[in-house]
Write a new protein. Structure first.
Length: 62
């Protein structure tokens, strides 16, 4: 006869999964607020000014 138990090993595995998930989520949230370097282009259309921006991965100094 086989008995089913809640072994500490199983609980630890669930806790590790939860901890890893929380760490991954917090890392993604931090990345949302990480500053980025962008190039902004302004365009005059009639009496309005529009802008667009492009993310710059590597900036080379001239």
């Amino acid at each position: 006869m086989k008995y089913l138990t809640n072994a500490p090993k199983e609980k630890t595995g669930k806790r590790l999964w939860l901890t890893d998930s929380i760490k991954a989520l917090s890392s993604k949230v931090k990345d949302l607020f990480k500053p980025e370097e962008v190039e902004v282009t302004f365009t005059k259309v009639g009496d309005r000014t529009k802008y667009s921006y492009t993310k710059v991965d590597h900036k080379h100094l001239a």
